[in-house]
Design a binder for this molecule. Structure first.
Ligand code: SAM
Length: 355
């Protein structure tokens, strides 16, 4: 955004600007596993979230506490270290005098055909944070069974332990592998073709305008765009959060049960105030915006390559993963189709070379 000062490394940020009234932080998940190793505020040097806690603590000591904090992460955060990682953060926020509330939110609820669950935690000094993140609840629709006339999204890079199967939607777009290779999910279309979304479709699946990340190509490799898209908070979800911050709604927690955390993991929605913690029953669908079919939504699909499909099939065909029977047929047919295409492409290239 023009005119906004960017401080690139939070670890070297000594203090927050005087007028700060909201901190938002989405940090790498592996960072949490480090934070989970050390308890309470003492663990604040052990990760990027620890840096956020350090900055909040500094302001509290100066008696100018930051009124609002918004934290985002993957739902795995709820289970990490048998719940210890989130406990470190929540203990620290409570120690700093914050009330807090969080829930899992799914991008699918916002009219986009991507299943993407993220945890959003609001902590507030003067307000009721439940009114920010827990107020809206449309509830999830009935699950839709996979059928050949609907698209079927899956991760072609998986195929042994999981598939990430998603009906009429794609599984979560990721930031790319550790070595920076983009690996978007695959989709079996109702036509039987297997495709992957192009970068502009990926942008739209995250709520960005087509081409939003194009300027990055001036300073980084094209593949970096996948990382920007995969790391992002879906625009529509961020917009909803913005609206909730601007105009909090009602929340009645009178019937919420005290938190039990039997296996250590945290519930999918919860809140805490005055040293007490409760589970909330709100769903991951705060709103329910109608969406178009995935096959209609896509504008820039590319066929899944022969190599990628064959590699996936060699793992998947041996696995005992449950799937609808037509999925196997579609993969085999796609391999045959791509092999024919390759042969005709090879012939055309040979003919051109001979001319
Ligand atoms: C999971 S991503 C979240 C990205 C965010 N949602 C977005 O769309 O920009 C984690 C982010 O933490 C940033 N990060 C990593 N180390 C950092 C540091 N030392 N200081 C500030 N940011 C850092 C990374 O650049 C990355 O963008």
């Amino acid at each position: 955004m023009p005119g906004v000062r960017v401080h690139e490394d939070v670890r070297t940020l000594r203090a927050l600007p005087r007028e700060t009234d909201l901190i938002t932080a989405g940090f790498p998940c592996q960072d949490l596993s480090q934070a989970g190793m050390t308890a309470g505020l003492a663990g604040r040097s052990s990760g990027l979230i620890g840096e956020v806690l350090r900055l909040l603590e500094r302001r509290r000591r100066a008696r100018r506490g930051i009124p609002l904090v918004l934290i985002e992460n993957v739902p795995f955060m709820l289970q990490l270290g048998r719940g210890r990682a989130l406990e470190v953060i929540i203990d620290a926020l409570e120690e700093l005098g914050y009330r807090w509330a969080y829930r899992v939110v799914d991008t699918l609820a916002f009219g986009l055909p991507q299943r993407r669950e993220r945890v959003f935690l609001a902590a507030a000094l003067d307000e009721d944070p439940r009114k920010i993140v827990l107020s809206d609840d449309a509830g999830p629709p009935d699950p839709v069974a996979p059928t050949p006339d609907l698209s079927f999204g899956f991760y072609w890079t998986e195929g042994v332990r999981g598939l990430g199967a998603a009906v009429d939607s794609i599984p979560t777009l990721k930031g790319g592998s550790t070595i920076g290779i983009p690996s978007p999910p695959a989709i079996i279309l109702p036509t039987g073709r297997i495709v992957t979304p192009g970068i502009t479709d990926a942008e739209r699946l995250q709520g960005f305008d087509e081409g939003w990340t194009e300027p990055a190509e001036a300073v980084a490799r094209r593949s970096h765009r996948w990382k920007l898209v995969g790391n992002a908070v879906t625009v529509n979800v961020a917009e909803w959060l913005g609206r909730c911050l601007a105009a909090p709604g009602p929340y009645d927690g009178a019937w919420d049960a005290p938190m039990s955390r039997k296996s250590g993991a945290w519930p999918r929605a919860a809140w805490g105030a005055d040293g007490k913690r409760f589970e909330s029953t709100v769903s991951s669908w705060p709103v329910a915006v109608p969406r178009s079919r995935l096959d209609v939504f896509l504008r820039d699909p590319c066929p899944l390559s022969l190599k990628a499909t064959a590699g996936f099939w060699s793992r998947f065909s041996k696995s005992s993963l449950r799937r609808p029977p037509w999925v196997d047929d579609a993969i085999v047919r796609h391999i045959e189709w791509m092999a024919t295409r390759k042969t005709s492409d090879d012939r055309a290239r040979a003919a051109t070379a001979a001319r």
